[in-house]
Design a protein around this ligand. Structure first.
Ligand SMILES: Nc1ncnc2c1ncn2[C@@H]1O[C@H](COP(=O)(O)OP(=O)(O)OP(=O)(O)O)[C@@H](O)[C@H]1O
Length: 438
């Protein structure tokens, strides 16, 4: 077959859409984190990542949600020989086949013959990162397979064929092998992307790193640099069972700083911040969903918007935090590449600012901000609702029930040690038993 190979000049578009990443200094918290002795799990992970960055093979980052897969991908790019070129990422979560094709390959406008670059063209010489590749529809899997097999592509509506040259990094929080067994992922595609498979350890496997992570997260929050956590607060965080890993830890810390004015956070405040992220009543769940949308920085907005919005190139000031390497590579002076995020825009993070009140009260206030009932129920109605735990009362859920739930969770965090739970809650052991009974 006769192939017409063309060079696409991308500079103009690139400069108008994105700017260069800020240089990373040696005191960057994430770099500092990797330089210190850390957990065995993280140490092994960083070593594998470092070795992989010295090659040009495809990498599959496999790990739970929020374990830092995307951050690891940007790190590999930044320390690789491709760092002077672009890092382009596509979020495959909820993406439709036609959109994936357009985003990957770009398209030729039949009217003015202008070429809209796709990710493959933008990643020329650099790195293409596909987040949650297991979410790709089957037709898109076939498209990706063809691209990887031939190293060539044609933009939509174009008969021209171009050479592709990018390093592929993919990530998945699903077991792709199991998906192959169930016929949900192409076996041949898996073998094209998993040359180097690196598992990102969960936070529960690297609890020794939590203190450093907390400090690095505090440093990135405006005004957080001067805040600290008491030993009990740190203990609560180190014993918490994380389901969304660093993402969850970040939310807890952001919630702490956005909720309490303290300079030093207590164990009780941390428990409340955790509790506020695990709503138990229907109204709390609604409130929390809304507040989390404004607090979570990364892909969360994408899920809801993916169906309706056309693909967008996110400008740097709308982007999530600039990629931060986990380890320092040999050629770190070359941190000058450009990052693209292809996918609907996400709203900038809005920390919730509330007074340092007990969690039940915080939830109550937050609900009023969100739902703003024109005629608040009378005091008597609220008391009645508390007694009956009537959900028709909307935001006004039973404080007693919330308190009981909170204490039960606190006891759970303390591995059943009620004395310790009472100390953290600032009540006597007797009061704790009484509140648990009610
Ligand atoms: N070493 C680190 N230090 C501080 N924050 C980190 C670190 N690694 C990751 N994070 C933060 O944790 C959050 C989750 O990271 P990232 O988005 O890379 O994870 P992920 O595995 O791709 O998550 P998901 O699957 O939910 O998209 C991000 O907000 C990121 O900034």
């Amino acid at each position: 077959m006769w192939l017409r190979l063309k060079f696409v000049n991308t500079d103009k578009n690139i400069n108008s859409r994105v700017s260069r990443m800020p240089p990373l200094t040696s005191d960057h918290p994430v770099l500092a984190l990797a330089k210190r002795p850390t957990s065995a799990a993280f140490h092994g992970f960083v070593r594998r990542l470092h070795m992989a960055s010295q090659t040009d093979d495809p990498i599959l980052l496999a790990g739970e949600v929020g374990t830092g897969k995307r951050q690891s991908a940007t790190t590999v790019h930044n320390v690789s020989g491709r760092s002077a070129h672009n890092f382009v990422q596509i979020d495959c979560l909820g993406i439709k086949e036609s959109k994936f094709e357009l985003e990957m390959l770009g398209s030729l406008n039949p009217h003015n013959h202008q070429l809209r670059q796709g990710a493959v063209s933008l990643a020329e010489g650099g790195t293409l990162y596909l987040h949650e590749v297991g979410e790709l529809p089957s037709t898109s899997q076939t498209l990706l397979l063809r691209l990887l097999e031939s190293d060539t592509y044609s933009p939509v509506n174009s008969s021209d064929t171009y050479n592709s040259d990018f390093r592929l990094i993919t990530s998945s929080s699903q077991d792709l092998m199991a998906m192959v067994e169930h016929g949900k992922f192409r076996n041949d595609l898996l073998h094209h992307i998993n040359t180097l498979t690196i598992r990102t350890p969960s936070l529960n496997e690297r609890r020794e790193d939590i203190e450093d992570l907390v400090n690095s997260i505090l440093h990135e929050i405006p005004g957080g640099r001067h805040k600290q956590l008491s030993p009990e607060a740190m203990e609560v965080l180190c014993h918490h069972k994380y389901t969304a890993n660093i993402l969850e830890l970040r939310n807890i810390i952001h919630r702490l700083v956005g909720t309490f004015e303290s300079q030093s956070y207590s164990g009780l405040q941390v428990v409340q911040a955790i509790h506020a992220g695990t709503p138990s009543s229907k109204s709390e769940r609604v409130i929390e969903k809304k507040s989390q949308r404004s607090m979570l920085p990364d892909f969360n907005g994408y899920i809801d918007q993916a169906q309706n919005n056309p693909p967008t190139f996110v400008q740097p000031d709308q982007q999530v935090a600039a990629p931060q390497p986990i380890f320092q590579g040999a050629n770190h002076s070359a941190y000058a590449s450009t990052t693209y995020h292809i996918g609907p825009q996400t709203a900038p993070a809005q920390p919730v600012s509330e007074p340092a009140w007990p969690s039940a009260k915080v939830a109550d206030i937050r609900s009023r901000q969100v739902q703003a009932p024109p005629q608040p129920p009378s005091w008597q109605d609220r008391v009645a609702a508390m007694e009956t735990e009537d959900e028709s009362m909307g935001p006004f859920t039973a404080l007693k029930a919330q308190e009981r739930d909170y204490i039960a969770r606190l006891v759970e965090y303390c591995n059943g040690d009620k004395k310790k739970a009472a100390d953290i809650a600032g009540v006597t052991l007797r009061t704790l038993y009484r509140k648990l009974k009610h």
